[in-house]
Ligand binder design. Sequence first.
Ligand SMILES: CC(C)(COP(=O)(O)OP(=O)(O)OC[C@H]1O[C@@H](n2cnc3c(N)ncnc32)[C@H](O)[C@@H]1OP(=O)(O)O)[C@@H](O)C(=O)NCCC(=O)NCCS
Length: 174
Amino acid sequence: MVRSASRCHYTQVVTQIRLGLAHIDDAPAIAAMSRRLIEHGLAWSWNEERVERCLRNRDCVVLAARDRRRVVGFAIMEFYAIHAHLNLLAVQPGYQRQGIGRQLLEWLEASARTAGIFKVYLELRATNDGAQAFYEKIGYQCVGRKVAYYDGREDAVRMAHDLTVTSTSPAEPQ
Ligand SMILES: CC(C)(COP(=O)(O)OP(=O)(O)OC[C@H]1O[C@@H](n2cnc3c(N)ncnc32)[C@H](O)[C@@H]1OP(=O)(O)O)[C@@H](O)C(=O)NCCC(=O)NCCS
């Protein structure tokens, strides 16, 4: 569970964020977040149908972070024989920088380790400096660039995380 606190003038509002497996009913919210937070300016490829396919795919794990019932973050990882691929990860703007992205990713990486998978790959938009800094903080390294990967016009940076290497910057206790 992630706890976040924001101070008003006289009171402190404490929000409890719960992580868990996403349900088929979450597909519209997840697809909408992908469109708005990840695919903005590109053709919408992670639509409801594609998210639903992941939710039904036994080789995929779709995680949701919820504030009460509302999905405020999600992550999708696909598991192959000897590596995993992080397809998508996003946290709603008002909930960012509270450790939710890290917790989602660490849950999925723990699942990979349990499955005997020790390498995770991902691609992200080459212009997305914030997300690249986030992944580097977790331990990912840039391993390549894919020219015109998105819509045939925008480059991707490919990153990888070697899960056999112990992180040097563990998450702060929540
Ligand atoms: C990238 C993203 C998922 C990070 O989620 P988050 O919940 O905000 O990340 P965390 O709070 O767990 O961050 C952990 C650490 O990563 C680093 N970090 C996170 N966001 C960062 C940013 N924008 N710039 C620099 N460093 C960042 C920080 O070191 C942070 O620790 P700190 O807040 O104590 O300094 C979130 O910014 C997001 O949803 N962005 C839009 C969608 C996106 O770009 N997704 C990734 C591509 S698929």
